[in-house]
Design a protein around this ligand. Sequence first.
Ligand SMILES: [Fe+2]
Ligand SMILES: [Fe+2]
Length: 724
Amino acid sequence: MSDQLPKQPMSTEMYDRIIAVAVKIAGEADVHRLCSTLLSEAQSITGAQGGTLYLVSENEQKQDTALDFVIVRNSILNIDTDKSNLPPLPLFINDGEPNLKNVACHAYHRGERINIEDVYASEGFDFSGTKRFDESTGFNSKSFLTVPLIADTGRVLGVFQLLNATDHGQVVSFDPTHESAIQILANFAAKALETQLASQRRRELLINLSGTSDTKRLTEQILKEAKAITNADGGTIFMLNDKLEIHQLEFSLMVNDPLDIYLGGADVDDIDLPPLPVKHNQVEGKSGLATHCAITGEVVNISDAYDNNEFDFTHVREFDQQHDYYSKSFLAVPLTNHEDEVIGVLQLVNARDFRTNEVIPFAEKAETIVTALATYAAIALHNRILLQDLKALLDAFIQVIAQAIDAKSSHTSNHCQRVPLLMEMIEQAACEDNQTFANFDLSEDEWYEIRVAAWMHDCGKLATPDSVLDKSTKLHLLRDGIHEVQTRIATIRQSLKVEYLESLIETPEEALKIKTDYEANVAELEDDTAFLLTANKGGEFMSEESKERVRKIAKRQWLNSHGELQPLLTSEEVDFLCIERGTLSQGERQIINDHMVVTLDMLESLPFPKKLRRVPEYAGGHHEKMDGSGFPRGLTRGQMSVPARMMAIADIFEALTSQDRPYKDPMKISLALTILKRMREDNHIDPDLFELFVRSRVWEKYAKTTLKPEQLDVTDAEPYLAQA
Ligand SMILES: [Fe+2]
Ligand SMILES: [Fe+2]
């Protein structure tokens, strides 16, 4: 055992020597140098011709744990390697059975040092490797001293082995006096090693923790580390939900190795266990261990839950019964942030003796280490949670803005909410592409940056007057002016009737002609009305002839309430009705286009963090054209990033296929793709992205998830890819 005391008296000289070496070892911060010093000193005390130092290599699976060769020395053969390429010695064989045949592995499992006089006369251990080594090198292995390196926690960190003790050049067996001295050195080395390995692990863990942005992965790392330190069967991480009136401890991760339980974590579904209420003023009954820990912020170490009356272990007992398990020792540590607030609880169950595997109480030393770990973890977690909360707030805020813009206009329906959807599909296609976009890839942050840009791309429309944004007909200013025109037409019609009746009275003999003329006049008036109604909708192109007809109709006269004759249409109404395409006049179109200037102004005035710094560029370019004829900046293809060019296509395709006029059928995919193709030929949209859009069938995916089934009328995309 590690505490095997020297059985033989030791000279003062030897004591002094050991103390000097122990001081040297204790001060060594480098694990490798520490091992090397230990081996050199042990060799020098015993005159050993060689030595090997192994460290235990940790492994997820216990049965894969091994002894790694760290240093191999043989002064006769001039071998001195620091990093041996020899295969590690398996500590377990035959599916988890301890490997007791190999002498080093035996020393590990039993925690005992082994002194062998002559390997060739020894029975019980497998020295075939040593014998093969002798055969191939001509060396004569004889005496062996194998010593485990056992830390204070009882954990065996490694094993070192000395070969062929010598006395005045003769190979002899290892002197029992030396043996004791070596054991003392080994104990010192193990202590120092444990400190170094622990701080090395802590450093690695800190780096890991600070580099992990996912809270679930963080909790996994914390629990894994805490389990490894204490050799515990399992544990649970609870996170405190303090947003409810009665705070709750929610199960975040639950692991138990012997029971093969792994619930929660990054790659697993959320745990379906009811949260534990945290009642700060609990008067009746005992509280559970975790809730007590959350309320008081105290570390609680229980050696046997079945022998404890302080806490309520009902759930634990139920669990044990269900799983045929015995939850004995517990360690509960609060996760406390830098403001000293408990944000969760780490609870470990059943620490095991590193060698015997018996369930033991959690060591006091482990308590300190786990508490330190919990502190790092809590700070890292707290920061992630704060970040997540802020991100969620920002997301919700952005989406509310997008919804507000969409709500401003009844006929652009969900444009701001659908463009992000379409963008995501195009980005995905580009990431998966192995042709033109083979080198295109997006990190998680970049995905998010584009997402924010897509949601915000039309934010400037907040400043566009509703009368223009929602202008559904040419005469629609704040209300549709066509109704006023129709009223005037009604008075004209009334005048025609009065004229007709008066003529009948004056010249009854011409009744037939008067009636025919009257009916022709009414028919013409009705025809003109129908023409104006159609023109007002802006669905068709206004030819010169149509415009002339508007002007002619405008000259018709009606009698206003003052008895004055007025032209049917004002000059402003004539101008509106003569708009060639759509419903917007030049001036109104400019107002709409100004939404881009406002979008850019708004986005550029926001202090986006570094990871979102390209949002204005991505969002602000969706009306630019590849040939530089777009707005607001007249950028060309080369001046735009790929996501900005994607945004232009997403924006156009959404606008084309959305049901933007209640009385019009939504556009079919075939027509939308034809229009996009024409835009590519005119060098308005990016040709490569258009090709990707068509080839990867983003249009189909989008139509299936978002559009009406009758809009999807394309199966073969080839015609749209053909060059003009
Ligand atoms: Fe826009
Ligand atoms: Fe848009």
